[in-house]
Design a protein around this ligand. Structure first.
Ligand code: CUA
Length: 339
């Protein structure tokens, strides 16, 4: 009996210490959505259960190893035991009840985080190797960055142009795959404004190719006023740039995901920069050089695998065959302005 009391107390102590340690490690990022509250609560319950089970297994093990160690010179046989029905029923029934409780809580939480708000803001997400782009049908705008108003549910309608990707903002906790040929949905209610200077990031959480690790966009949770302002600004820019080839080219580059891989300021990225690209001579993988004129750029947009720039062998760009001739000319006009 004395051993049971000691082991019981030790289990409680070790379980508490394990849980305190897990909690202090702060393994989760900021809690920025209503869904995160429900999910973190469930995860916390799991951490408590895990800490207890950890102690329940390890404490009796080490206690037995130390306290019941065979004494020197003791060569007698150990006690012979054949099962214990009461004990077996107990260790079957208790875990069964715990699992059923967790199943209920998990279902409850899932229902909670997928509750539909009919007024949710609809945002279309287009994923492709290796960028996300966003469209706000209610406002007629498209963007490379992700802006949403705080305290308002939004629903993502997500499509992929090529392979399976996955939409994940760690601060929002929830995650959803984006599967070619299907429209998948995700509902999120952001509850915290993005701290200035360091926007959250939506990252692709499904290995989708060589540059999967570089597939992300910035996420800005802003006040309703700031959101309206951002929408108006984009609408103005869209109206103004629609008049010139360069303007249309810039918009097309953002909408088609080009700017997810090609920088426009000369900074190093997963694809050659567009800065000072036009008219430059480009080194290719076969050792030859090409002059970056209209013809070369148009060919590279449609047949990216034909002439690969040295150093970029591993990042394969998808063909932009959805663009027509005029649109390609617009994009080239835009590239020309980057000098
Ligand atoms: Cu897209 Cu990984």
């Amino acid at each position: 009996m004395r051993h049971f009391v000691i082991v019981g107390i030790l289990i409680l102590v070790v379980a508490s210490l394990t849980y305190i340690g897990l909690d202090a490690a702060e393994l989760l990022p900021t809690q920025a959505s209503a869904e995160a509250i429900s999910i973190d609560w469930l995860l916390n319950l799991n951490a408590i259960a895990i800490s207890f089970l950890f102690a329940l297994i390890l404490v009796p093990l080490f206690y037995s190893l130390i306290v019941f160690r065979r004494k020197k010179g003791d060569t007698s046989e150990g006690e012979h035991m054949v099962g214990n029905t009461k004990l077996e029923i107990t260790w079957t029934v208790i875990p069964l009840i715990v699992v059923v409780i967790f199943a209920y809580l998990g279902t409850y939480s899932l229902a909670e985080i997928s509750r539909v708000n009919p007024q949710a803001l609809e945002i279309k997400v287009l994923a492709q190797q290796f960028s996300f782009s966003f469209e706000y049908p209610a406002f007629g705008i498209k963007s490379k960055d992700f802006y949403v108003p705080v305290n308002k549910q939004f629903v993502l309608k997500m499509e992929s142009r090529d392979v399976i990707h996955s939409f994940w903002v760690p601060e929002f906790r929830v995650k959803q795959d984006i599967v070619p040929g299907r429209v998948t949905e995700l509902r999120i209610t952001p509850i915290l404004l993005t701290p200035p200077g360091e926007p959250y990031r939506v990252v692709c959480a499904e290995l989708c190719g060589a540059s999967h690790a570089y597939m992300f966009s910035s996420v800005h949770v802003v006040s309703q006023e700031d959101f309206d302002e951002w929408v108006a600004e984009l609408q103005n820019i869209a109206a103004a740039t629609d008049q010139t080839p360069e303007g249309r080219g810039e918009a097309l580059s953002a909408q088609n995901g080009c700017l997810g891989c090609h920088s426009i300021d000369g900074s190093q990225s997963i694809a050659p920069t567009w800065f000072k690209l036009f008219g430059s001579s480009v080194e290719l993988t076969d050792g030859t050089t090409a002059n970056a004129d209209e013809e070369y750029l148009a060919e590279s947009i449609l047949l990216p695998g034909e002439k690969i720039v040295a150093g970029y062998e591993t990042t394969l760009m998808p063909s932009m065959e959805q663009l027509n001739e005029d649109q390609i000319a617009d994009i080239i006009a835009y590239i020309k302005t980057l000098k």
